[in-house]
Design a protein around this ligand. Structure first.
Ligand code: NCD
Length: 310
């Protein structure tokens, strides 16, 4: 994209350059400082964001809506497939064409891989992918990168473990593609049946990035600066028995922290089920609620850039 976000669709973790990420972080930081000083904004006066969520969400939808409201814009919203015409069999394309008439930007979450790209192909306004099934979740990746930079001070020369459901987890798919812009070593920690898709691993290795796939959480924790933990994506399993066999495979608790690299940062896109013990919440390296807050700043930055206000 190289610095010019205006009018662009945001669909995939691999669509950004170093300059793009730098720009987003710079604008997000500006909003962070501003909000902390109590500053208010009217940059988006007269602009409308449509949030189309055909899958459950708390953080992603509310942070986009909050971001738009903090910028002085307005929001219209579909919060479940059941209450929209999707339930009557309307296609993604027809929905996108319709909503383009009402809003200046569309944020969409949908269970089908590639759905956001399908909407973007026909929409007359920018489309932001807020999660397309087990595919991608690029805005989560942006806020995750912002959080990593803030927590560790750098995105270069570090080792990160991605833990849990690497097969169906769209957050880790987007994050690893985005972070492949940097000099980062990865430990991919998952049960054998939930490994990172082979095409993503192959792309990283082609770029010369160190990727170690393992089932051993303790070993990975010992040499990681940061652990990015994910929920096993129950809703994506073809049958519930397979989920039951795997759930609870990895848990971050105090014993694990005792054996982890000193000062390790723990992140999670949330919601968590049981993969991080609540006793870890008071650990100073537990960054997942700071990560939530960063989502607001990064989404404000993204909206401002895509709508050409920054
Ligand atoms: C994630 C998602 O929806 O992919 N949540 C989020 O957006 N913060 C992760 C998950 O559901 O496990």
């Amino acid at each position: 994209m190289i610095g010019n976000f205006e009018g662009k669709h945001i669909l995939h973790g691999n669509q950004f350059s170093n300059e793009d990420l730098h720009k987003i972080m710079q604008v997000a930081d500006e909003f962070e400082q501003g909000l902390q000083k109590g500053q208010t904004y009217d940059l988006m006066k007269g602009k409308v964001l449509a949030a189309l969520f055909f899958e459950p969400s708390t953080r992603t939808r509310l942070s986009f809506e909050s971001a738009m409201l903090h910028l002085g814009g307005g929001v219209i919203s579909v919060a479940s497939a059941a209450t929209s015409s999707a339930a009557k069999g309307e296609t993604i394309e027809d929905t996108a064409l319709t909503v383009s008439q009402y809003a200046h930007i569309i944020v969409m979450r949908h269970p089908k891989i590639g759905s956001a790209a399908e909407a973007a192909a026909v929409a007359t306004v920018p489309v932001i992918n807020a999660g397309d099934g087990a595919g991608q979740h690029p805005t989560q990746a942006l806020l995750d990168a912002y959080t990593i930079k803030k927590e560790l001070g750098t995105l270069d020369g570090i080792t990160i473990s991605l833990v849990g459901d690497l097969k169906y987890g769209r957050t880790v798919h987007a994050l690893i593609e985005l972070l492949s812009l940097y000099d980062i070593g990865f430990r991919l920690v998952s049960p054998a049946g939930l490994r990172m898709p082979a095409d993503i691993v192959a792309r990283l290795k082609e770029k010369g990035i160190e990727v170690v796939e393992t089932e051993d959480l303790v070993e990975a924790a010992a040499d990681s600066d940061l652990m990015y933990v994910t929920r096993i994506q129950k809703e994506r399993f073809p049958n519930v028995e397979d989920y039951e066999k795997i759930k609870g495979a990895y848990v971050i608790d105090e014993t694990l922290l005792d054996n982890a690299k000193k000062g390790v940062i723990i992140m999670h896109p949330l919601p968590r089920v049981d993969e991080i013990s609540t006793s870890v919440d008071s650990y100073e390296g537990a960054a997942y609620f700071r990560q939530v807050r960063n989502g607001l700043y990064v989404r404000m930055a993204l909206l401002a850039l895509v709508l050409g206000m920054k």
